[in-house]
Design a protein around this ligand. Sequence first.
Ligand code: 0O2
Length: 230
Amino acid sequence: MEWLVFFEPYELAIQELKINLRGIRQQYKTKGLHSPIEYVSGRIKTISSIIDKLNRMGISMNEIDKVYDVAGIRINCQFVEDIYMVVDLLKNRQDLEIVETRDYIKNQRNSGYRSYHIHAYYHLETIDGLKKVMVEFQIRTLAMNFWASIEHSLNYKYDDQIPEVIKTRLKQAAEAASWLDSQMSEIRDEISEAQKTFEQRKAEDIRDIEPPANLITLNEDYLTKKYKGD
Ligand code: 0O2
């Protein structure tokens, strides 16, 4: 029961943030613009993972608030430039209070890990009033995400003791991912233009399709029934 109470605000924050951030993507698409957000996911840290982290940090359960990533939101982007656009979007939100930023893109970790992290309080409206919920945002390109998820699985498999030979391969793979990101950035305008044209064509195709003759009648019938008596 205590864990349920503990997790609830984090879960609500994740649900709301996922909807809000997906809404941003939707708004870019509606305007026929390239969206800096490709897709958004969220997770709550498992109890065992929280306990592992407390042990790693050498702190007790009473200091659980120091675990900044109980609620995690991951934002995947197409281009490195998009990451910094997303960072600005987050910094300008009224419902977020930025506490810390970590740029592991400009300062790649020794493992080869790249990503942009933000720790921020999300302003959650609860039945007991405003609650500030700590959330960790990880903003990365698809290439960074691919690398991180593979390395994460290997760390799990080898219990954080990845053999040196595999570590070397991972570093080479991280360089390749970084190279891929820079190549994609070079042709970013071309790709964005192609994507915009594709979206516009899709919209035009729909506009050109004649609706069935009885569609309006059907809608009118439906509305008459739905609001009968109002
Ligand atoms: P999980 O399972 O993803 O929740 P610090 O001790 O403060 O220097 P800390 O606590 O690792 O660093 O915080 P940081 O740097 O903000 O990293 C938090 C999360 O980023 C990690 O959470 C990972 O999700 C991810 N991350 C950081 N470094 C790496 C890395 O080298 N490889 C991969 N794959 N992910 C990384 P957890 O709790 O470690 O794990």
